[in-house]
Design a protein around this ligand. Sequence first.
Ligand code: FES
Length: 215
Amino acid sequence: MSYFADKQDLVADIFSRYPSSPQGKRSALMPLLREVQDAEGYVTKDRMHEIAALCGTTATEVRSVMSFYSTYHTLPTGKYHLQVCSTLMCALAGSDDLWDELVSQLDVQAGEVTPDGRFSLQKVECLGSCGTAPVVQINDEGFYENVTPTRCKHLLTALRADNKPLPDNKIPVMVNSAGLQVLYSGQAAGGPHEFLSPLSDTDLPPKPEAKEVKP
Ligand code: FES
């Protein structure tokens, strides 16, 4: 059954945001995918074909765009989809051990769902919160930061009881009228970009002196 057949107003609204050229039509691919992903939790082959037909492209191209973003899924995920950042800063801060702990606790591998449908796991690339590594994202709702083994254990206990704690930062990251990031607690963090200044030579460590290398 078509997903968009009875949503022509929505489709028209999405396409109205882009030029009517073939390239413009293809730009609507992402919001159409987002629409299906949000409504159904994943994007089937049929939906890829439907979106491809709307955008004047192929299902292969839709699939290839999806493969670039960890936010799109081709299979159903668990009620709590745990996404563990595995990029360098999180890896240095222990995300491999965190991943192993989650795999062992939940008895699932990447892409699998626990038999009760509650959990699924995925490794993702940098979530942009490297200063608070290791970071876990749950669903599309928020970041859980500095996830130590103890915090991981508490998090799983809470999720098993459907008592999801508030994330440290929600998604998308909120910015207040002064341009400062607003944490989930309501506190402002960081500073506006106009206060940043480029590094000068005096900010940099001295260059090591060149030494002659003897053969
Ligand atoms: S490396 Fe994990 S958030 Fe950037």
